[in-house]
Write a protein that binds this ligand. Structure first.
Ligand code: AMP
Length: 571
């Protein structure tokens, strides 16, 4: 087995410099700047890797569709020319609402070439979350299927004034002058596209994340983020020439874009994309058949695999597997140890979030793994624990102290904006520090340990769910006067979304209504976001200033101490 890409963490960390790392990338020819898609596709297509498979799609049927780097250059060039034909301007937003199919990957990289901003949405979202994001993101072009268009988008058109065209991936004819055939446009487009001058600070990608007190926040990333896509590929994912990599995340989540699309391509390896949802036996057979070397997945999937009775290493040939990594939620020590037995390699946990655009803290192949710890900061990343109060901010020096996880500014992939929410963005920083919203501690060896979220955001099956978004949807139902939503610990999915509902007068708290409300939320928001449990309650606990005390609802639900109730408004 080939050795790790670096052996001495301390030495690498100490002498690290972003500028030096950046010089490992090619840059646009003629000194025309730095463009993610050029680094990911064109430079390889014009070099030794042109006939290497860049993306291998595994259809639901099991059939393969492969794109070489040269093929991907041609297809993404065509998509950029489609945008040109449709008179899209640089910086305009192109959204996708698609499963893990080739047009999503081609549109994302083609948009980056064109310098449009790309925003992938989860295909499982229902019409309301789709509307919130398209509207807030000022969508110009949406690429989706006819079915999703008919069911989720058509009814919203009057409320989306910026939307100019919908591109439909599964029809050869235009529906009208607005809903156009993607295959037809692609067939008519030229492959030749010259990437315009791209400033490293030009916007590139938009990812929505959940808010606690408001609707989803759109975190904007710039082309310079590619430095992190490259460096984390080298140091964390340990990519080497000829590697086969599989990231199971959907591009609707930032992991599925940064590591399901960009990082493996920037590093010139072959990336597997499975169109199907989780299926333990299918996943193991993909690892075996595709001879996957590096596998990036999530605790929610690992927990499901752990419940299966088979020992994968005994039932499948996993001898090619060099590295298994996990992100998105706490990975408990038991899962790390299980991985060692199941795969022959430990599962390496790492930490990051939508706003950071790439991995920030990680366990590395060459460093001792402490099961249950998120690991140590990426070279170039300065992470710390801070005590933050109403009027104070203090970085804590002593190990072992719990506090807010903060990151020093200057990270190439850190978000540059919450679109249309400048004040919210500014509030995420204190001086030179970005406040992540997570609580953590550092041990005396410099390892970071996750403690919890500092806010009410729920993590369910790897998805971030903002309580406010769910509450707002429930309140659209005529029976609901008020609603509050919490995350309730549930071993297989992390947390389940639980809603508390105060009914309007004239409605009875009955099982039928409970079912109706859950059904209403599922239809409007999609099953990934909607509550799984719902209880009726006479009134919601609130602060004197009128804020719902979700923390108290949660403590009561779980039978935990109720904590400081000084701000509780007495009914
Ligand atoms: P997202 O922006 O959807 O990627 O979610 C980011 C959040 O997921 C972080 O702020 C953490 O709360 C949580 N998270 C991500 N990775 C980890 C990890 N390795 N351990 C614990 N929590 C994590």
């Amino acid at each position: 087995m080939k050795g790790p890409n670096f052996s001495d963490y301390e030495a690498l960390y100490k002498g690290y410099d972003w500028q030096k790392e950046k010089s490992n990338l090619s840059g646009l020819p003629g000194g025309k700047g730095l463009n993610i898609a050029y680094e990911a596709v064109d430079r390889h297509a014009d070099g030794d890797l042109k006939n290497t498979t860049a993306l291998r799609f595994i259809r639901k049927s099991g059939e393969h569709v492969d794109y070489t780097y040269a093929g991907l250059k041609a297809e993404t060039g065509k998509f950029a020319n489609v945008l040109k034909k449709l008179k899209v301007k640089e910086g305009d937003r192109v959204f996708s609402l698609l499963g893990r199919v080739p047009p999503l990957y081609i549109a994302s990289l083609g948009s980056l070439k064109y310098k449009a901003v790309f925003c992938p949405l989860f295909s499982v979202f229902g019409p309301e979350p789709v509307f919130q994001r398209l509207s807030k993101g000022d969508v110009r072009i949406l690429i989706t299927t006819t079915d999703a268009y008919e069911k989720k988008v058509k009814g919203l058109l009057g409320r989306l004034p910026s939307l100019q065209y919908v591109l439909l991936t599964d029809t050869d004819r235009d529906l009208d002058e607005f809903a156009l055939s993607y295959p037809k446009l692609m067939e008519e487009a030229s492959e030749e596209f010259s990437i315009p001058t791209t400033d490293p600070e030009d916007p590139a990608l938009l990812h929505f994340t959940s808010g606690t007190t408001g609707m989803p926040k759109g975190a904007l990333h710039v082309h310079q983020a590619v430095v992190i896509h490259y460096s984390t590929g080298k140091y964390v994912l340990d990519f080497k020439k000829g590697d086969i990599f599989w990231c199971t995340a959907d591009p609707g989540w930032v992991t599925g874009t940064s590591y399901g699309i960009i990082s493996p391509l920037v590093n010139g390896v072959t990336s597997i994309v499975d169109e199907e949802e989780f299926d333990g036996m299918r996943w193991y057979s993909i690892l075996e058949k595709e001879k996957v070397n590096i596998w990036y997945t999530a605790p929610t999937a690992i927990r499901r695999l752990m419940r299966m009775t088979i020992v994968p290493k005994e039932s499948f040939d996993l001898s090619h597997l060099r590295l298994v990594l996990s992100v998105g939620e706490p990975l408990h020590a038991g899962a790390v140890i299980w991985g060692e037995k199941a795969f022959g390699v430990p599962v390496l946990d790492n930490w990051w979030q939508t706003e950071t655009g790439g991995i920030m803290i990680s366990n590395y192949r060459s460093m001792k793994v402490k099961p249950g710890s998120m690991g140590r900061p990426l070279p170039g990343v300065h992470a710390a624990i801070a005590d933050i109060g109403e009027n104070h901010f203090k970085v804590l020096d002593q190990p072992g102290k719990e506090g807010h996880l903060v990151l020093k500014k200057g990270i190439p992939s850190l978000f540059r904006e919450y679109i249309h929410q400048e004040e919210r963005y500014q509030k995420s920083f204190h001086g030179d520090w970005y406040i992540t919203g997570d609580l953590a501690r550092i041990d005396s060896d410099g390892y970071f340990w996750f403690v919890g979220r500092a806010d009410d955001i729920i993590k369910t099956s790897g998805h971030m769910v903002g309580p406010f978004e769910v509450e707002s949807t429930l309140m659209k139902h005529p029976a609901v006067a008020e609603a509050a939503v919490i995350g309730k610990p549930e071993p297989s999915i992390g947390e389940l979304v639980k809603a508390f509902v105060v009914l309007k007068e004239g409605y009875q708290a009955e099982k039928d209504l409970e079912r109706e409300l859950i059904g209403f939320a599922r239809k409007t928001m999609g099953p990934a976001v909607a509550p799984k449990e719902l209880s009726f309650i006479d009134s919601l606990p609130k602060t004197k200033s009128g804020k719902i005390l979700r923390r108290l609802l949660k403590a009561r639900e779980l039978g935990l101490p109720e904590g400081d109730l000084s701000t509780l408004e007495k009914n």
